[in-house]
Design a protein around this ligand. Structure first.
Ligand SMILES: Nc1ncnc2c1ncn2[C@@H]1O[C@H](COP(=O)(O)OP(=O)(O)OP(=O)(O)O)[C@@H](O)[C@H]1O
Length: 286
């Protein structure tokens, strides 16, 4: 069953269009949103988290309409949201901040609330920092605390805006394990610039471009778009094709085969770059 139905969603900031008639159906599992800076990912996630009202279109989330105040309140209890820049009170300890937000989420029974706070601290590996003030946590630890806040109350819909920014590889593995576990039974939407995270975690990927979905499919389908389009060559291209020089001194080139080109294994990033290189104006590709 779909958790989220998005129908003709539009949002402008003054003259700037951020979402331009977006249609999507999203269900259980982990869906990753990729896209260049300014593509509209954060705006979409803020609309879904009920933090921002769209100008046009229709949203149905967990069977509820966020445009209706009573349904919006109900939704906020059932959605976990990690914003791009979570404003965490610096003077609170990690534990007290979680406890405070748990109260706001109406976890009113003290014993159950304390158990839930301990559970999410453990999930993000911050139990030994429970009594540390937020201002004394490292950037990565704060990011993990933000995720713990979003996990409070086991939300049916978990919305994560760039959750792995600033965290070290070991903790990134922990994030992946945790997010994929939640995605087994819940809907998880995550925006990221990390194509490795999408390849590792997401069963579905939506590439946003100019406020629309330029691609909607599996990570494998996005990789397949780069089949026969990735080359290793001793020469750099002269045109506008993306390329770089790798550690072996060979040019990794995308696009048409160079004269001396040897085929290279395509990655999700290749598929993404080739898609965006071609997709102006944006169209949904599958
Ligand atoms: N509060 C705002 N006021 C004015 N314009 C905004 C505001 N927030 C976003 N925008 C504009 O809306 C468009 C979409 O921005 P959005 O933050 O949704 O993109 P994004 O895909 O999340 O980008 P990024 O990858 O850089 O986080 C951009 O042109 C941006 O400049």
């Amino acid at each position: 069953m779909n958790t989220v139905s998005i129908d003709g969603l539009g949002k402008r900031y003054g003259a700037t269009p951020a979402l331009d008639g977006l249609d999507l159906e999203l269900g259980t599992g982990v869906t990753g949103f990729l896209g260049p800076n300014g593509a509209g990912k954060t705006t979409l996630l803020r609309c879904l988290a009920t933090a921002l009202a769209p100008d046009r279109g229709r949203l149905r989330i967990l069977g509820l309409d966020p445009a209706v105040p009573a349904q919006r309140t109900e939704l906020r209890r059932r959605i976990g949201y990690l914003p791009q820049n979570p404003g965490l009170y610096p003077q609170f300890t990690a534990y007290d901040l979680l406890d405070y937000v748990a109260v706001l989420k109406e976890l009113t029974d003290g014993r159950r609330r304390r158990a839930e706070v301990r559970r999410v601290l453990d999930e993000v590996d911050l139990t030994d920092r429970a009594r540390t003030k937020v201002r004394k946590l490292s950037g990565g630890m704060r990011q993990r605390l933000g995720l713990a806040l979003a996990l409070l109350g086991q939300p049916a819909l978990l919305i994560l805006d760039e959750p792995t920014v600033g965290i070290d590889p070991e903790q990134r593995m922990l994030f992946r394990a945790l997010i994929s576990r939640v995605g087994e039974s819940h809907t998880v939407l995550l925006s990221t610039h990390q194509t490795e995270d999408v390849g590792a975690l997401c069963e579905r990927v939506v590439v946003m471009n100019a406020g629309r979905a330029a691609f909607d499919g599996t990570p494998r389908q996005l990789i397949n778009r780069a089949d026969g389009r990735v080359w290793l060559s001793t020469t750099a291209p002269t045109g506008s094709q993306p390329y770089w020089r790798n550690a072996d001194g060979l040019y990794r080139r995308l696009g048409d085969r160079p004269d001396d080109g040897r085929p290279a294994q395509p990655t999700l990033e290749d598929g993404y770059l080739l898609l965006l290189h071609r997709s102006a104006p944006a169209r949904v590709a599958r």
